[in-house]
Structure formats: structure tokens, C-alpha cells
Design a protein around this ligand. Sequence first.
Ligand code: ADE
Length: 215
Amino acid sequence: MFFEESILKRAQKKELVEVHFHDLHEYSLTRYGSVDDYPYGGGAGMVMAVEPLANCIEKLQGERRYDEVIYTAPDGEMLSQPMANSLSLKENLMILCGHYKGVDERIREHFITKEISIGDYVLTGGELAAAVIADTVVRLIPGVIGDEQSALGDSFQDGLVAPPEYTRPPEFRGWKVPDVLLSGNHAKIEQWRMEQAIARTQERRPELLRESSKA
Ligand code: ADE
């Protein structure tokens, strides 16, 4: 599974991050371990019940201080690189994966400190959203990805998409690597990369340039 095979797994092995999973069924009050119930007022789908969730969140909060209790939902704030940067500076994050039709609103009102959407589409559950959030946050922790500079050079870190990259060979089927990259002139290479990043952003994600001129 994702958490076991990825960069996240390596980060856990290196003890740069701890990831714990909590099974809400263990906090269920019913004989069958159910964690959802029919919505008041009727309608299709089930709602995650307030009691098991509150019990689980409070037990965890009794064990450590959480900087954020995050709920994944399509109506949350859109995940962005600045948001990931800020979350990566926190000590402890709890992520509640939304499921079924949603959670009892009282959980959102009384426990959740941040609601995050990973995009304008609906997933069957919040697990994938939680995995996306965890990946984008954990990779920013120093030491998690090999090259410290690499995360800083990512697309979006400076409000631009990344410039094109090449590796050996310098020519393949007549397709050449741009001369400047082979020149050894670092100032020129940096200038070329910046120009490419701006041109690409203009072409592919012009709204990013408008957003950064607003900030
Ligand atoms: N749960 C269902 N859809 C979601 C989305 N787009 N983002 C976060 N959580 C979700």
C-alpha cells in the first residue's frame, strides 16, 4: 500500500516522521462496531456518527498536542503548495478521512480546525486525499527526499511551474539537449531555467502569474 512502499515509508524508517492509523470501529458504541448511521431528515447514504469520532479524537488529543485536526472534504480549502509548506512546519497533525455521505456536522463544528479538499471532484472516501496531503507535507521535511534543494526547486515553490529537465545522452535520435545546459555556465543556466519556468507558466498555468502579482 502507498504508506508502506513510498517515500513515506523511507521517511518513517529514517524516523523523520511517524504515521499512525486509527480504526474508528474500535471506538464504536454498537455491538457490530458500526461508525455510521442514517441521516436525520432522511435521504440516501450514511453519516459518520458523532460519538465514535469524538471518542477517538479526544483519546488521541489526550496523548499529544495536535497542531491541526484536519478533515478531508470536497468543500474544504483547496490544497496548495503554500498550505503544504505551512503544514510541514507543524509537529503533530491528525487527519480525519471523510467517508460515506460525510460526518455529523457537530464534529466539524467542535473538533476540526482545518478542512482540506484535494480538488474539485468527489472521491469515494477521504483516504486518498489524506495520502495526498501526507505525501506533499512529508516530502518537505528535511532529510526525507535525498536532495535538500530538490523540494525547494519544485514546481509551485516560487509560484511557477518547473522548467524542462534533461539527462544524458546529449543527443538521442537527433533530439538535442539545449546547448546552454551543456555550457557549464551556471549563471546562464539559472537564467535560462527561470525564463523557461516563466514561459511555461504563462503558457500552461497563466492564472499562477496573476495570483502571484496579487500577493
Ligand atoms: N473526499 C471526497 N472528495 C474529496 C476531495 N476532493 N478532497 C478531499 N476529500 C475528499
